[in-house]
Design a protein around this ligand. Structure first.
Ligand code: GRF
Length: 217
């Protein structure tokens, strides 16, 4: 099965997927492209230094808009979608992709919109995203900090991580996997984050396997 991964930063979730390729937790699967919106994202290095090396590409939003003053944010997303459909992935994983994908992007991957010069996708390419909060808890940015502070203030009883399907509403797609993360009153956020990331690395592999088993058992 062919997997494409979108990243923006360190890429530890990507690393978990790289390590899981063709193992019992992610059988018969290889990552065929890693795409970053930041040229210097360390995740690109993780991909290019993997064995075997994983093809990478990057497309930054601001340089794209500067180079094409007539184009919009949505056009940027369509170019990201173009790069993805060209390598014919079975699924796309947003592993720390810090952009909100637009409708056009999802329509291209769904096959309801065909980009000029590209063939239509034969089958919908599902997109999943990892989010460091439980479903409906802390949608959007800085979810880790917001959740941790809310817990310390006694406003929430539990925290966790989820991987969900990407739909139009931000972080609102059906969760594929959710897992609680232990958190303690008075602890340092760094200790909580370390615990959280370890859980992320498990759930991102599990959810990726689930979505690939749906489209290519
Ligand atoms: C993760 O915490 C993920 O939940 C969030 O962005 C972070 C990406 O971390 N969406 P990394 O780049 O995979 O290390």
């Amino acid at each position: 099965r062919r997997l494409a991964v979108l990243i923006s930063g360190n890429g530890t979730n990507l690393q978990a997927l790289i390590n899981a390729q063709n193992t019992p937790s992610l059988p018969n699967t290889h990552i065929i492209l890693v795409l970053s919106n930041r040229k210097h994202a360390y995740g690109l290095t993780r991909a290019s230094t993997a064995t075997p090396p994983i093809p990478t590409t990057h497309l930054a939003l601001q340089p794209f808009l500067k180079a094409h003053p007539d184009k919009t944010r949505e056009d940027y997303d369509l170019e990201v979608a173009r790069k993805l459909v060209r390598v014919k992935p079975d699924a796309v994983v947003c592993a720390g992709w810090m952009h909100i994908v637009s409708e056009g992007f999802l329509d291209v991957l769904k096959g309801v919109r065909v980009l000029d010069g590209e063939e239509p996708v034969e089958r919908e390419i599902p997109v999943i995203n990892i989010h460091p909060a439980l479903f409906g808890q802390f949608d959007g940015a800085h979810a880790v900090e917001r959740g941790f502070e809310a817990f310390q203030r006694g406003e929430v009883g539990e925290l966790g991580v989820m991987v969900h399907r990407v739909v139009r509403e931000v972080d609102r797609g059906e969760p594929l996997v959710q897992r609680r993360v232990e958190v303690f009153k008075g602890e340092r956020i760094e200790d909580y984050e370390e615990r959280l990331h370890k859980v992320e690395w498990e759930v991102i592999v599990e959810a990726t396997r689930m979505v690939l088993d749906e489209v290519r058992p």
